[in-house]
Design a protein around this ligand. Structure first.
Ligand code: BGC
Length: 358
C-alpha cells in the first residue's frame, strides 16, 4: 500500500516538473544561437549586443555571429549553431529566401527558429516572428511628406524621388507598400511628379540598403533630371540610404539656407543621423526601440525552453509563402527635431552627452 502511494506521488512530481520553468541556474547548458546580418550598421550591432546581454542575464549560453551581409556566410553560421546544439536560433536574415535548406536541418533536430525583424520566407521551419511593423514605417514616412507638402489640401505639384530598401528583405517590401499606398494617388493626380520616372520597387531598390548605392543613384538622378529643377522630397527607406541621398544633395548645393534641402525621410534613428535630424537637414526618422524587440524575443526564448507557447499579438498577417508565423509586433514611432529630445534622449536610448558638449 505504502509502495503504491509512493509511486503515485513520484508520478505526480514528474508530471508537475515537466510543465515547470527551467530555473536560471539550469540554463547555462542551454545554448541559444543569434545570427545577425552585418556589423557594418549600428542597428544590428545594437540588436546583437542587446539580445546577447539579455540571454546571458537569463542564464543561457549564447552563440552570436554576424554574417558580413553574405547569405552563404549566414547559412554556414546557422549550420554551426545547429551542430553546436543550439535549442533556439534567433535569425535576422541577410537574404529572406536562402535559408530553406539549413532550416530543414534545424527542424529535423528540433531546433526552434525565431525570425527576428526580417521575415524568413518560403520555409515551414521558421516558428515565430518578432518584428516592428514595417508597413507602418512606410505609412509614417509617406504621411510625413504628405503633411509637410500640404498634399491633403491640394498643394503641388512638387518633385519627389523614391528610394526603396533591399529587395530580398521583406521589410523593404512592406515599407514600400505602406508608403506607396499614401503617395501613389498624388503621383497619379499630378500633385507629385517623379521626374526620373522611376516609380517601381525594382528600379528604386537599394541593394543591402547601402548608403553608397543610394548616394550614387541620387547623384545620377540629380544630374539627369534636376539641372534646372529642384527636388522637394525624397522618400528614403532608412537612415543609411537617407544619409547617402543627403550627401548627393549637398554635393550639388542643397543646404539649410538658400537652396533648401528637400524633405527626406529615414528609419532607425541611427547615431550617425542624429545631428542631421537635429539640424533639420534630415526631416525625420522612425524610432524603433530595439530594446523592446530584444526583450520580447528573449521572452519568446524563455517560453520555448519552458515548453510553453510564446506570447504573440499578431496571428494572421505574416505569411512567409508557406505558413503564417505567429508574430509579436512592436510599434515604431516617428521622430523629427520637434520630439527627438523626448523620445531619444529622455528615454535613455542615447546619451545626450554623445551629441552635445556640456
Ligand atoms: C530593418 C531596418 C534596417 C534595414 C537595413 C531592415 O530589415 O528593418 O531597420 O535599417 O534592414 O539594415
Amino acid at each position: 500500500m505504502l509502495r503504491r502511494l509512493m509511486l503515485v506521488l513520484l508520478c505526480c512530481c514528474a508530471l508537475l516538473c515537466a510543465g515547470c520553468n527551467i530555473g536560471i541556474g539550469d540554463r547555462h547548458n542551454v545554448k541559444i544561437g543569434v545570427a545577425m546580418p552585418t556589423q557594418t550598421r549600428q542597428r544590428w550591432n545594437q540588436d546583437g549586443a542587446n539580445i546577447e546581454r539579455m540571454l546571458l542575464d537569463q542564464g543561457y549560453s549564447v552563440n552570436l555571429a554576424y554574417a558580413d551581409n553574405k547569405p552563404e556566410v549566414q547559412v554556414g553560421q546557422i549550420d554551426d549553431m545547429i551542430e553546436a546544439g543550439c535549442k533556439v536560433i534567433i535569425i535576422a536574415c541577410v537574404d529572406a529566401n536562402s535559408l530553406g535548406e539549413v532550416l530543414d536541418k534545424a527542424k529535423d533536430v528540433g531546433t526552434k527558429i525565431i525570425s527576428y525583424d526580417r521575415l524568413i520566407m518560403n520555409t515551414d521551419a521558421a516558428d515565430y516572428y518578432a518584428t516592428f511593423d514595417s508597413l507602418a514605417v512606410g505609412t509614417f514616412q509617406a504621411e510625413y511628406i504628405e503633411e509637410k507638402l500640404g498634399l491633403k489640401w491640394g498643394q503641388g505639384s512638387y518633385n519627389i524621388e523614391l528610394f526603396a530598401g533591399a529587395i530580398d528583405d521583406s521589410n523593404a517590401i512592406f515599407l514600400w507598400e505602406g508608403a506607396m499606398d499614401v503617395l501613389r494617388p498624388y503621383i497619379d493626380n499630378g500633385q507629385l511628379v517623379v521626374r526620373s520616372g522611376q516609380t517601381d520597387l525594382k528600379t528604386t531598390a537599394t541593394a543591402r540598403w547601402r548608403e553608397e548605392k543610394a548616394e550614387a543613384r541620387m547623384t545620377e538622378i540629380l544630374a539627369g533630371y534636376y539641372a534646372d529643377a529642384r527636388v522637394d522630397a525624397v522618400l528614403c527607406p532608412n537612415d543609411s540610404t537617407s544619409y547617402g541621398v543627403q550627401k548627393a544633395l549637398k554635393a550639388v548645393g542643397y543646404n539649410l539656407t538658400d537652396k533648401m534641402m528637400p524633405i527626406t525621410t529615414g528609419q532607425d534613428a541611427d547615431k550617425k543621423n542624429i545631428p542631421a535630424i537635429m539640424s533639420g537637414e534630415q526631416s525625420m526618422s522612425i524610432f524603433k526601440d530595439t530594446r523592446l524587440l530584444a526583450r520580447q524575443t528573449v521572452n519568446m526564448v524563455n517560453a520555448i525552453i519552458a515548453g510553453k507557447e510564446p506570447e504573440t499579438n499578431d496571428i494572421g498577417n505574416y505569411n512567409n509563402g508557406v505558413k503564417i508565423l505567429p508574430t509579436f509586433l512592436v510599434r515604431p514611432q516617428f521622430v523629427d527635431k520637434t520630439n527627438l529630445e523626448e523620445i531619444i534622449f529622455d528615454s535613455g536610448y542615447y546619451n545626450r552627452s554623445e551629441f552635445f558638449e556640456d
